[in-house]
Design a protein around this ligand. Structure first.
Ligand code: S3P
Length: 180
């Protein structure tokens, strides 16, 4: 008799952090991975390694679409790895519907931050982040408007990071992961 589809057990899926630039995905992700004793993967670093170029160089020489294609490929590779890991993504990973479909099969945590918090962290001129060239505050406000609903769509947990210390953000995520 055919067996009913099995919903993936949360201990066997990847824990993925999403959110705007400066929300703390990499620093939080590294710590969560340590505590949960899982590997940590940063998709932007994977992309840079794959191309032997920085994200900025890829944007400037190949364009944003090429970067998004790479991001989609790397996301697919990372999420299909069998060992459950903690994954920090780039802020724009939610833009493509195909990426969002992949994310729906995993535990996704949205680190939600106000633009004031983000700008305080990334600074008015972020050399690493081509999408913030020019008026970084205005760019973040626009990105927030464009992406808010997309982050909400993929998130299994939303953590408001504005008033939390890094350790507190890590605790909330770890406790939630251990409950499931
Ligand atoms: C981007 C965010 C960046 C990087 C690229 C595009 C975005 O990652 O992927 O510059 O579209 O928000 P971080 O969110 O880690 O800064």
């Amino acid at each position: 008799m055919p067996r009913p589809p099995v919903r993936p057990d949360m201990t066997s899926v990847h824990l993925v952090l999403v959110g705007l630039m400066g929300s703390g995905k990499s620093s939080v992700g590294r710590r969560v991975a340590d505590v949960l004793n899982r590997p940590f993967v940063d998709t932007d670093h994977r992309i840079e390694k794959d191309r032997s170029r920085t994200v900025r160089e890829i944007f400037e020489t190949e364009g944003e679409e090429a970067f998004r294609d790479l991001e989609t490929r790397i996301l697919g590779e990372v999420l299909s790895a069998p060992t459950p890991s903690v994954v920090a993504t780039g802020g724009g990973v939610v833009l493509r519907p195909g990426n969002r479909r992949l994310l729906h099969d995993h535990r996704v945590v949205w680190l939600r931050a106000s633009v004031d918090t983000l700008i305080a962290r990334v600074g008015p001129h972020s050399s690493r982040r081509p999408l913030l060239d020019g008026d970084a505050r205005q760019r973040l406000l626009d990105l927030e408007n464009e992406r808010r609903d997309l982050y909400r769509d993929v998130a299994s947990l939303v953590v408001d990071v504005d008033t939390l210390e890094l350790d507190d953000v890590v605790d909330v995520i770890v406790q939630d992961a251990r409950r499931s």
